[in-house]
Design a protein around this ligand. Sequence first.
Ligand SMILES: C[S@@+](CC[C@H](N)C(=O)[O-])C[C@H]1O[C@@H](n2cnc3c(N)ncnc32)[C@H](O)[C@@H]1O
Length: 239
Amino acid sequence: MDAAAQQKRLAELISSISHPDLWRPVEEVEQVLATGSIEGTGDPNTEDFLLIDVTGKEILDLGCNVGYYSYLALKRGAKNVVGEDIVPEALEIARILGDKHGCAGAEFRKGSFFTRNGEKHEMVFFLDIIGNNSVREGRAVDQFDAAVRPVGKELVISLRPVFVPERHLANLNGAPPLPQIWAELAQTYGEKYCRGDRFHFLEWAADRLGEGWTITPLPTPEMAHSIRKQIFHIVRTDG
Ligand SMILES: C[S@@+](CC[C@H](N)C(=O)[O-])C[C@H]1O[C@@H](n2cnc3c(N)ncnc32)[C@H](O)[C@@H]1O
């Protein structure tokens, strides 16, 4: 496809999908591709993501959307990236963007992280996927397991370590009254993670992983107790 046709197709794709299927403004990915920097991109967690060394790594970006983190990783020295998502238009946008900017090393393919074939990758990204709704509805359990399954060595994941359900969950669309939310959290994740006015999601995730992993909150250890979404670098220590 020549440059003009590519530009036309990109415009068609952008107008054919909207948030949340088109999760990142295309300009942000363009910015990353053009300069490898995050200047001009709006995600407050990205700066912490940059603290992780991706040099020479083989990466699987689950739920990659238009490839924001895939390209950021390549621009910062990753060996290659496989991006997977269930929205074909987002994947096509990701491919066109890489092509336009001459950024090789990324493959984008359609697939659900729930039904992968067991293939493992050295480093896995699971970024901006586990959100308030999935935690409230209990879908976060299967999502977390799906993030961990393909990990060869390292997982880069974003999640809110500590929830204040009254603040973070009670006002969500379709949420039941607060006492029921607490009952469901206790039933899905366990009573021991529900203490005072807080639900300790990172503690649950750490127990779910079990022995043989280290969990590093970024940018500082205190972020393990944060009530804001943070990036975590999780590394297998058992082989
Ligand atoms: C909130 S967006 C985050 C996108 C990207 N990780 C980023 O930070 O720019 C979540 C993405 O996960 C994708 N997704 C949702 N369920 C999925 C599934 N079962 N398998 C693969 N991707 C999925 C969505 O299509 C969407 O692109």
